[in-house]
Design a binder for this molecule. Structure first.
Ligand SMILES: [Zn+2]
Length: 479
């Protein structure tokens, strides 16, 4: 039985997070709004209306193209009409880009958990409008036009991915990048990032492309992974039984974990594309392009590499700290404010700040616990001004009150007790009050010293310096 190589290309639709739609001033994000409340004559295609292009759509598209390392961001590109009939497409055509699109080429390097990186080439990147939504309910078809005219970028990869897991990793990195750039919320469950997968197999060592099938309607990264796995197994079984693979479009049923044949695929010629006569070309002159690209941030993988290099933190830390842009910004600000070992900040962020973010459902940029406050807390712990447990409590206290940590420490006397004069009398008292435990210690079971340390810490509300307590106890118990 031959070995098979899997060949996957992904077609993604990315909903840009502009305030208004692509060709009218209706609100673009109507995820929570009642059906047909964000519509107008333009996006419902009434006769005599004219579309006007939303500038922000072009700007977000250009940012994405640049982040995908496009070979060219075109100074002139065009919209075309893609003609087809569907109840939720009121104009009878979709305005899209076809032959001369916003950008050409590009790639995304996707690091895999196994350690290698897969370069995924971008074959198509263009702007278009979304269609409406058809809801099937009790044998009726209900049409919601809210989504008509919502701006999308369609991005198609080359047949470069080699497994369901690689496809999932590509989507994880793409989602990270879109959020990082601030151009899409990229939530698959809300349809802000949609993915169709083209899947084929071939005998290992072959280079030609066999007939592919297209999997549609998958609404999470885990479902993309599962659907592709099912389809690979189906294709192998067909081929082993001497059958040929037909170019089907398959629908993923999440509940049963199975694929269903929707229709045989239509070809592009069916759409009868022609240039949109109601819109001017997009003229992207150098000044405008340069203004847009001035906002292009350092990308996640570059930033991760720099963190490892510049701050000398482990790759594991750098990966987590660059998962999200505001977390990266937070880390760098805290390191700068701290001035000491960056790894100390990284430790506190990975353990405590991430916990805080999870509990509060916030991003790092929204925290009351500002980076400089975190730096203050870490510094006070490292200088033994406060104990580590006081430090951890302070994180929440600062977050709740917004007060600087030093102010709370001074105001409430939280500073660690590490002076001889206040600890000695307390220890003497505890020794005097617990003759049985003292006897145990003096008979040679010195491990009971931990119990004494615990008593002192309890009496001081955790503020005593534990090392100092231990050495004082050794001295005083031994006497
Ligand atoms: Zn509208």
């Amino acid at each position: 039985m031959p070995d098979y190589e899997v060949v996957i290309g992904l077609e993604t639709h990315i909903q840009l997070n502009t305030a208004s739609k692509i060709f009218c001033s209706c609100k673009a994000d109507s995820w929570v709004d009642p059906p047909n409340t964000n519509i107008c004559p333009v996006c419902t295609g009434l006769p005599g209306v004219l579309p006007v292009l939303n500038r922000a759509v072009v700007e977000k598209g250009v940012l994405l193209a640049a982040a995908m390392h496009a070979d060219e961001i075109r100074p002139v590109s065009y919209f075309s009409r893609k003609n087809y009939f569907y109840p939720d497409l009121p104009k009878g055509y979709q305005i899209s880009q076809f032959d001369v699109t916003l950008a050409k080429g590009g790639y995304l390097d996707v690091p895999m958990p196994e350690g290698y990186a897969r370069r995924v080439n971008i074959h198509k990147l263009h702007l278009e409008e979304d269609a409406g939504k058809t809801i099937h309910e009790q044998g009726r078809r209900l049409i919601d036009f809210n989504r008509c005219g919502v701006p999308l970028v369609e991005m198609v990869t080359g047949p470069d991915l080699r497994s369901a897991d690689e496809a999932a990793q590509y989507l994880i990195r793409l989602r990270q990048l879109l959020r990082w750039l601030g151009i899409s919320e990229a939530d698959m469950e809300k349809g802000q990032l949609r993915c169709d997968a083209n899947v084929s197999i071939r005998e290992s060592g072959q280079t030609h492309l066999n007939t592919k099938t297209e999997i549609k309607n998958v609404n999470s990264i885990e479902n993309v992974r599962a659907a592709i796995k099912v389809e690979i197994q189906r294709q192998i079984k067909e081929v082993e039984h001497g059958e040929t693979i037909k170019a089907w479009t398959l629908d993923w049923d999440e509940d049963s974990g199975t694929l269903r044949k929707m229709r045989s695929k239509e070809t592009e010629a069916d759409y009868r594309y022609f240039r949109e006569p109601d819109l001017l070309p997009i003229y992207l002159d150098d000044t405008w392009r340069d203004t847009i690209l001035a906002d292009l941030p350092e990308l996640p993988l570059e930033r991760k590499a720099r963190f490892i290099e510049q701050y000398d933190i482990p790759a594991y830390d750098a990966e987590i700290l660059t998962e999200e842009r505001s977390l990266s910004d937070y880390f760098e600000s805290a390191v700068e404010a701290y001035g000491g070992e960056p790894k100390a900040i990284s430790n506190w962020m990975m353990n405590d700040v991430l916990r805080l973010l999870r509990e509060r459902g916030q991003t790092a940029g929204e925290l009351e616990l500002k980076p400089a406050y975190l730096a203050d807390i870490v510094r006070m712990v490292n200088e033994n001004t406060i104990t580590a447990s006081t430090g951890k409590q302070l994180l929440d206290r600062v977050q709740d009150s917004g007060h600087p940590p030093m102010e709370i420490v001074e105001g409430e006397g939280l500073a660690q007790v590490s002076d001889d004069d206040s600890l000695r009398p307390l220890i003497a008292e505890i020794i005097a009050g617990n003759p049985k435990q003292v006897e145990t210690f003096r008979s040679g079971k010195t491990s009971i010293i931990g119990w004494f340390v615990g008593q002192v810490m309890r009496e001081t509300d955790g503020k005593a310096n534990p090392q100092m307590v231990k050495s004082l106890l050794e001295e005083m118990l031994g006497g």
